[in-house]
Write a protein that binds this ligand. Structure first.
Ligand code: FAD
Ligand code: NAD
Length: 548
């Protein structure tokens, strides 16, 4: 056994830093039968007094959570393996070892889920389910120490001198003396796809050109943040991410434009100089500059957005309008979500939310001009919800951190559909909003769109009037409301998701019509719905469950 004191740097925690984050504090698990439909999760009810807030309180109580009285030790693999029981459970995540014994009852995925990693390196397991939860903050007080031998293989670094030379060139023949050697982190199959960049300048502008080598580039695949001297540009290439991260030579006023030559995959980022001085170099590369790696390996990046309005949708649901910083270029693709981050009682808490439109446009003849400066979120405030209560207390003008988008839905799934069915429960309606608009506006082969919207009571139905108006306006669209707990005289459908209900409402308009069924709501709703649809004979390609 090897135990000695080590010093540990605190985890990066705020601002524009990239973070090592892990997914989901909801603690859903992936039932085997649904794996073929993609990841979906179940929520394990916790005992009273075991909420996230209770956990935060416990961690602040001064209790010795590791049993080491605050000492940090270096842990060998043999030592780690010994702590593999519920009453003595250590887990290694990214080289750091945590005593998760006191956390067992607070883990929303349940003790069994946590025990899967007991006494081992749980990094992969964590990344599969929890990538976005900031475990460093959540488990800070449980930190035992560092692994003596780093258990995870470092990503392969490839530095090609000739490539570097090509990439370090600068506009107008000026020597790139200020740039450091650059690194790329590649997946084996991605080698040929590695983007490259170049830059040039005029008196007032800096133009960075990125050759993505990807056809059908579009504005949603470019995420740009530029603040004063710091530039971060991320380009999404399938499941990979290419990053430019530079401390610019000089300050810039703003980004002027992101131009995309879709067919050749060229992206131009145009920045306005603050002073019209000639730049000798583009700037100093930051840690992840010029890297190309799996999106899932890239930490979530957050920028602070201003709350500009908050309007009531129902008795407990509000539409939050957030303003992106002026120098941010970010479009959240259809079906994707963002993560919001707040510090609650000293702990960073992260939750996912799916942007919607400000309203349901009734005119589906033309693609609407998207307002790219704002992000609209329709959020249900739970009376005992940790995150939503804090959100509800935000004042107009306050700032909140918003991440880059994530999600597995692809527009192409709906582009060839003839019949689209949207099964939504409660705020599971949110991914359907943009999807509905896109389908009715841009999918020419679409014959029918049916929204089957499950809610508890009439008062819970989100955008009921708008949906009804839309159904009147567009004959392809139909909406069906189904209530599980109707309180007034409700003449409509009642009940929960069931096989009979689905066989009644989900029907192809023609025998062989191409169908897509999207489903989103509480985890058990989604899980059951997917299973019923499978039993009814729908294939994996025909069903898309929205999950984290
Ligand atoms: P918590 O403190 O976690 O829980 C408090 C109480 O609220 C619990 O006791 C429980 O009864 C109830 N509760 C909490 N979470 C859930 C849940 N997921 N399902 C059912 N009951 C729950 N929510 C939105 O309002 N709008 C969205 O656009 C949205 N998008 C999402 C996208 C994804 C990919 C996922 C996975 C979830 C999304 N959610 C959305 C849910 C959101 O992330 C939070 O789970 C929710 O806001 C509750 O957070 P909280 O901290 O306030 O509640
Ligand atoms: P809710 O509790 O008000 O329930 C709405 C309806 O869902 C109910 O009327 C019922 O028909 C159905 N339902 C609820 N619990 C069920 C169960 N155990 N089994 C079967 N059906 C059930 O819903 P809410 O509070 O608005 O919650 C919405 C859910 O949607 C949250 O869990 C949220 O995390 C999830 N969501 C997920 C995404 C995503 O992309 N994954 C996006 C938005 C919301």
């Amino acid at each position: 056994m090897c135990r000695r004191r080590v010093s540990l740097r605190p985890a990066p925690s705020s601002g524009r830093q990239q973070e090592a984050v892990v997914r989901a504090h909801h603690g859903y698990y992936i039932p085997d039968k649904l794996e073929e439909f993609g990841p979906t999760f179940l929520w394990v009810p916790l005992k009273p007094g075991r909420s996230l807030m209770d956990w935060i309180r416990l961690t602040k109580s001064g209790k010795d959570m590791t049993g080491l009285k605050g000492r940090l030790i270096e842990v060998t693999e043999d030592e780690l393996a010994k702590h593999n029981k519920k009453e003595d459970c250590w887990i290694c995540i990214r080289g750091f070892v945590y005593n998760v014994t006191p956390y067992m009852e607070y883990h929303p995925g349940g003790e069994d889920e946590l025990m899967k990693a007991a006494g081992t390196d749980g990094t992969d397991l964590f990344d599969q389910v929890h990538r976005w939860v900031n475990y460093e903050s959540m488990l800070k007080e449980c930190l035992v120490g560092r692994m003596a031998v780093k258990p995870i293989a470092a990503p392969k670094e490839i530095t090609s001198v000739s490539e570097e030379k090509k990439q370090l060139n600068v506009g107008h023949g000026v020597c790139p003396s200020g740039m450091l050697p650059e690194k790329k982190i590649l997946g084996a199959s991605s080698k040929d796809l590695t983007p490259s960049y170049d830059w040039f300048q005029t008196d007032s502008l800096i133009t960075i050109v990125i050759y993505t080598k990807q056809k059908d580039m579009n504005a949603e695949l470019v995420i740009l943040d530029c603040e004063d001297k710091l530039l971060r540009g991320e380009i999404i290439v399938d499941d990979y991410s290419y990053l430019l991260e530079v401390d610019l030579d000089r300050a810039v006023q703003e980004y002027v434009a992101v131009n995309i030559a879709e067919k050749v995959g060229k992206v131009e980022i145009i920045l306005k100089k603050k002073d019209n001085v000639h730049w000798k170099i583009l700037g100093q590369p930051l840690e992840n500059h010029n890297t190309f790696m799996k999106r899932t390996d890239r930490g979530l990046f957050y920028r602070k957005c201003k709350l500009v309005s908050k309007t009531e949708v129902t008795h407990d649901t509000r539409l939050f309008c957030l303003l992106l910083p002026e120098s941010t270029h970010l479009r959240v693709p259809i079906g994707q979500h963002v993560y919001l981050k707040q510090i609650i009682a000293g702990t960073e808490v992260v939750k996912p939310y799916t942007p919607v439109l400000p309203f349901l446009p009734l005119d589906f003849q033309e693609p609407s001009c998207h307002d790219s400066a704002h992000i609209y979120l329709m959020i249900k405030i739970y009376s005992c919800g940790l995150f939503t209560q804090a959100l509800d207390h935000l004042q107009i003008g306050d700032y909140i951190s918003v991440s880059n988008p994530e999600g597995s839905f692809k527009k192409s799934q709906v582009q060839t559909s003839e019949d689209l069915f949207l099964l939504a429960a409660g705020t599971g309606f949110t991914p359907m909003v943009k999807l509905l608009h896109f389908a009715l506006t841009e999918v020419s082969c679409l014959r029918t769109v049916k929204l089957i919207f499950f809610n508890r009571t009439e008062d819970d139905i989100l955008w009921r009037n708008q949906l009804q108006q839309l159904a009147l306006k567009d004959e392809r669209f139909e909406v069906q409301f189904i209530l599980s707990q109707p309180i007034r005289d409700w003449v409509g459908k009642q009940g929960m998701i069931s096989s009979s209900l689905l066989s009644e409402f989900v029907k192809r308009s023609r025998k062989d019509s191409k169908v897509l069924i999207c489903i989103c709501g509480p985890a058990p709703f989604t899980e059951q719905g997917v299973q019923y649809l499978k039993d009814l004979g729908y294939s994996q390609e025909e069903v898309h469950p929205f999950t984290a």
